[in-house]
Design a protein around this ligand. Structure first.
Ligand SMILES: NC(=O)C1=CN([C@@H]2O[C@H](COP(=O)(O)OP(=O)(O)OC[C@H]3O[C@@H](n4cnc5c(N)ncnc54)[C@H](O)[C@@H]3O)[C@@H](O)[C@H]2O)C=CC1
Ligand SMILES: NCC(=O)COP(=O)(O)O
Length: 338
């Protein structure tokens, strides 16, 4: 029996989400993309295609029927909300629909109607203006997972590219708050979830984790900061005692070059930009944002809403295509490992 389709959320309709979703559908055969359906306002998807001069059949459907219709058109599962979509101009009036798409993708995936959640990018600020109280998808998906399963869920962000997997321990917080938020326990939680999901979802039997320092030169033996020795090293020792192949703390400036990357399967980094800068610098078009630690698979392109180019027909769908393909692979691996 074939697997259920992937549930793709609308993201911010004023960004490049709709056009990269359409482009991914057009390139489905050459990229061996398995069926997905877009949770959106069908009129807004059709308007996006018209603006770009693209002839695409938009098929309003249900998650149950989406896979069978995928060959003939882009399956769109309609939201209750309607979008106001002016390319490049985010509108907080769209917040309800943006969030509804995420909620429904999670519900569909947890109930088995979809294999995984793939999200198009959201801009955080218009959602905050509308009252959304989560820093981003990552934290909101963990909240939804907790609500729906009753379990405590710690989400872990991983940027997974062809040559680097990078995981920030602290995620969407101001840089000034990083040292206080960085605890031995937080590093342990993140590294344990990463090691587990690398095994069960990525199929890596003995994952090797390179752990970065926080300070220049990993603190230079305490002369340039103490967290590397007092917070990070104890976490690495505990991980090693648990049988996890972790090493560090490594100076962050020398752990991402090509030879260094041969030594590990994932880099555990201390803050958002320490992880995301090397990931996006190495492979902006192919890297995928994956949320580990959830009771379902979630992937996303590594980029944002790109309001500066929305509606111009120049947005590259590569990262979304990589996200759709990785979601399929991770979902298949996970069902095999059960
Ligand atoms: N997964 C998500 O929902 C993410 C959302 N964001 C949000 O996106 C908004 C904009 O963030 P920015 O920092 O400007 O990052 P961005 O990734 O949207 O754009 C950065 C630059 O890359 C270009 N770019 C991005 N994606 C592209 C693509 N597919 N093809 C061609 N060029 C592309 C843009 O035109 C822009 O010049 C923010 O509100 C941020 O919160 C950012 C990252 C991920
Ligand atoms: N910089 C990554 C990003 O903002 C994506 O976050 P999320 O919305 O996937 O949590």
């Amino acid at each position: 029996m074939s697997s259920p389709p992937l549930a793709l959320t609308a993201g911010d309709p004023s960004g490049i989400g709709p056009e990269i979703a359409i482009a991914a559908w057009f390139r489905r055969a050459e990229n061996a993309i398995t069926p997905f359906y877009l949770l959106s306002d069908p009129a807004s998807v059709a308007a996006c295609a018209r603006r770009l001069g693209l002839e695409i059949p938009i098929i309003e459907t249900t998650p149950e029927k989406a896979a069978a219709r995928f060959a003939n058109g882009l399956p769109v599962v309609p939201l209750a909300a309607r979008f106001v979509d002016v390319p490049g101009l985010p509108d907080k009036a769209n917040a309800d629909g943006i969030v509804e798409a995420i909620d429904r993708a999670v519900t569909d995936t947890l109930s088995g109607l979809a294999s995984a959640v793939v999200t198009c990018p959201i801009a955080k600020k218009p959602l905050y203006d509308a009252g959304f109280r989560f820093p981003g998808h990552t934290e909101y998906l963990a909240y939804l997972a907790g609500l729906k399963t009753g379990a405590e869920v710690t989400p872990v962000m991983m940027l997974a590219g062809p040559d680097l997997r990078a995981v920030p321990v602290t995620i969407h917080i101001p840089l000034a708050e990083v040292p206080d938020a960085l605890t031995t326990e937080a590093i342990l939680r993140t590294a344990r979830i990463t090691a587990r999901d690398l095994k069960t979802r990525f199929g890596i039997a003995n994952p090797r984790l390179a752990v970065s320092g926080l300070n220049p030169h990993a603190g230079e033996s305490g002369a340039m900061g103490t967290e590397d020795e007092t917070v990070i090293r104890p976490a690495i020792e505990t991980l090693q005692n648990e049988g996890i192949e972790a090493f560090g703390p490594l100076p962050a400036d020398t752990m991402f070059h090509a030879r260094a990357r041969q030594n590990y399967d994932a880099a555990i980094c201390m803050y958002h930009d320490q992880a995301l800068i090397p990931a996006k610098a190495l492979a902006f078009d192919e890297t995928v944002n994956v949320t580990l630690g959830l009771p379902f698979i979630r992937t996303s392109p590594d980029h944002g809403t790109a309001f500066d180019i929305a509606g111009k027909g120049i947005a590259r769908p590569d990262s979304l295509i990589a996200a759709l393909k990785l979601a399929r692979r991770l979902a298949d691996n996970e069902s095999r490992s059960r």
